[in-house]
Design a protein around this ligand. Structure first.
Ligand SMILES: C[S@@+](CC[C@H](N)C(=O)[O-])C[C@H]1O[C@@H](n2cnc3c(N)ncnc32)[C@H](O)[C@@H]1O
Length: 391
């Protein structure tokens, strides 16, 4: 069985809330078509190859879902019957394992676990009718991951192309406290206005997520190259011709890698966090200059560039007294740098004594955060400005 080469798949790439705009821009840059931001992600259209390219190339997407069916579903019977009408046998055989998750409810379908069970039953019954044997369920590491969304009296069912979420790049070995997801760090870099040719400094770098994502982007190392295998490579539909195409896509991305990168550096007060960042950078095979020192002594290696950082905040880490003061001092010491500060704690921002020029509201998991952007002190946009939140 081979994938249908004709364009016509509708995809939905999911993203952390508040980062949809960053993902939309990135997918357009990747050359994808029909790109349209929505709540919680970005839709695009194309052939299967376009979905593979998104998996290999997107730094911001969490998952890439392909729509395989959409039908009215208000209760258990209609949810099951609709799912049974989908041509699952194109991708699922009795030898592939599956897992099903459901989001959303209807008045008659209030338990998502039960709804997932009905969709799963429909898939296994349909495959059993055709093959005489049923696919089995593997909740942890399925070959085919299925999502269903219940909304407005209907169900839409999707296949997850990536399998494990895309923030699991493969380079992280060591963790410090409260690491950012790689996908969120990539989105924050984009939203902060940093571009891949600019120096970057993170004075509270923790496990180094922001720095490593920046170093990878600078060297044009596609995030998917760290993954040995994506979910779609385990589907029944993925034949030898598809495997050759994916290998060619990987080779083309490999050829884009450059050796040059701007200076990328960081520090952290916690020496064990710095050790974790060093280990992660080594595994990602990127160069990041790191040292253990507090924010009050932090010094970027260049006079101009970007500082992008994620200070500790109340709910996940205890807050250091005077952090806002130290951050304000760091801004004055780095007058030629634009600052992007991601925090759930406005007290840290207010403590700097500066008004941000622009702010994005975005979510780190369930935690509502602000990414506040401050222009260089001396440069255009450096003065106090009205605060503007972009949603
Ligand atoms: C939210 S974590 C950063 C996580 C990081 N973005 C990552 O992905 O791993 C905040 C970091 O700030 C560091 N930190 C807290 N107070 C500091 C200070 N005064 N100077 C330098 N680093 C500090 C903590 O050690 C912690 O690693």
């Amino acid at each position: 069985m081979s994938h249908d080469p004709a364009p016509g798949v509708t995809f939905f790439a999911t993203a952390a809330k508040g980062t949809e705009g960053a993902l939309r821009d990135e997918l357009r840059e990747l050359g994808l078509r029909g790109v349209k931001a929505d709540r919680g992600g970005v839709a695009f259209t194309g052939g299967w190859r376009d979905g593979w390219r998104a998996c290999l190339g997107s730094r911001v997407a969490m998952r890439v879902l392909a729509e395989v069916g959409s039908y009215p579903a208000t209760d258990a019977a209609s949810l099951y019957e609709g799912a049974r009408g989908v041509e699952w046998e194109r991708h699922v055989s009795s030898r592939t394992t599956i897992a099903v998750s459901v989001v959303g409810t209807t008045p008659a379908l209030v338990h998502t676990g039960f709804s997932a069970q009905r969709v799963k039953d429909a898939i296994v019954d349909r495959v059993r009718d055709r093959e005489g044997a049923r696919p089995s369920v593997d909740g942890d590491d399925p070959d085919v991951r299925v999502f269903a969304r219940l909304k407005g009296g209907g169900a839409t069912v999707y296949l997850d192309l990536a399998g494990a979420p895309l923030f699991q790049r493969g380079w992280r070995a060591a963790s410090a406290e409260a690491p950012l997801k790689e996908t969120l760090a990539a989105a924050v870099l984009r939203l902060s206005g940093w571009t891949i040719d600019q120096p970057l400094f993170d004075p509270m770098c923790g496990s180094g997520t922001i720095l490593i994502e920046a170093a990878l982007a600078s060297r044009r190392i596609a995030p998917g190259l760290f993954r040995a295998r994506f979910g779609f490579e385990r589907w029944a539909s993925h034949g030898p011709e598809d495997a050759r195409e994916v290998a060619a896509l990987r080779a083309a991305l490999d050829a884009e890698i450059t050796a040059d990168a701007p200076p990328i550096a960081g520090c952290d007060a916690d020496a064990s966090a710095v050790a974790a960042a060093e280990e992660n950078a080594r595994r990602a095979r990127v160069k990041v200059a790191l040292s253990a020192r507090p924010l009050s002594l932090a010094r970027a290696p260049t006079t101009q560039g970007h500082v992008v950082t994620n200070p500790p905040y109340g709910k996940r880490l205890s807050r250091g007294a005077g952090l806002g003061d130290d951050l304000g001092d760091a801004m004055r010491r780095h007058g030629g740098h634009a600052f992007g500060v991601l925090t759930a704690d406005d007290a840290t921002l207010q403590g700097t004594g500066r008004a941000w020029d622009r702010a994005f509201e975005l979510f780190n998991g369930d935690l509502r955060c602000r990414l506040a952007l401050f222009g260089p002190v001396g440069g255009p946009g450096g003065g106090p400005r009205p605060r503007r939140i972009v949603r």
